[in-house]
Design a protein around this ligand. Sequence first.
Ligand SMILES: Nc1ncnc2c1ncn2[C@@H]1O[C@H](COP(=O)(O)OP(=O)(O)OP(=O)(O)O)[C@@H](O)[C@H]1O
Length: 315
Amino acid sequence: MNVVRIENLVKRYKDILALDNLSLTVKEGEIFGLLGPNGAGKTTLINCMLGLLPYDSGKISIFEVKMDINQSTLKSQIGLVPQDIALYSNLTVQENLSFFGSLYNLKGNVFKERIDWALEFVMLSDKRNVKVKNLSGGMKRRLNIACSILHKPKLLIMDEPTVGIDANSRRLILDSVKALNKEGTTIIYTSHYIEEVEEICSFIAIINRGRVLLSGTKERLQDMISEDNLIVIKVEELFWNMVDKLKSIKGVKEVLAKDRQIFITTDKQKMDIKEIVNTVSEFSKIVSIEFKKPTLETVYLTIVGSNIKEEGDEK
Ligand SMILES: Nc1ncnc2c1ncn2[C@@H]1O[C@H](COP(=O)(O)OP(=O)(O)OP(=O)(O)O)[C@@H](O)[C@H]1O
């Protein structure tokens, strides 16, 4: 089932074109990564999807129903972790959860169980009676997530949930996202941290200037961008004439050797792996063969053309 389907979405803020005929589909069970630099249009897209912001043209369906501002049944199946922390700093952790839970009409034992579950999920059970103003930045972000999952939404949208936090909280958040997904929640995860998206997302869309520039599984994106493959062959013994012979094979672009490892860059279209392996075997026993692909960061930089990490980001 398509959990989200967006077709040709256009959104303008006066003369700024924030979403430019953007289309994408999120399938049930995915962790869908929306990767893009600041100002790419991620938050605008989320707000349109949630019916919080009117748009100029295009179509949005959630769970195959047309989304609009009055769709309260649909909205009750969606959770949002907003980019800006939305908590009451003078209330305790438990009081914040009680407040947000009451907005979802949770009551009685179910409500109590959900609060325990959400606190455990983000590892804040021992902070239940602490006022939010006394929590660390990372703990606030984790509580922000707990508040958004109390009603066990089928679709959870997380808008940059790990900005500016410590490594421990970041790890906890990434693990809780994976665990929620395993329990059946479809997740849309926006970030400008490429390595996070690379780790947790099963499908990725790279957006910039309101358009989807490239989308697919991580492997597909890497394949699309790279003309070359890197093969790393570990051998028992290294011989220099082996390197020379490898260089003469059709499709081999570069050969480097170091510490009984041979790094062979090949043209993906033209390479003949059998000939490469046979040539190496003529000289030495092969210990292992590994195929390496470009990282998602290489893909991203090739597409967007700049480093999206901001100065001051803790990473
Ligand atoms: N309320 C607004 N009024 C005018 N322009 C806006 C408004 N909100 C966003 N924009 C503009 O729309 C474009 C998309 O912004 P948006 O906040 O959706 O991007 P983003 O990818 O979420 O970036 P960030 O990570 O910085 O939040 C940007 O050019 C931004 O300046």
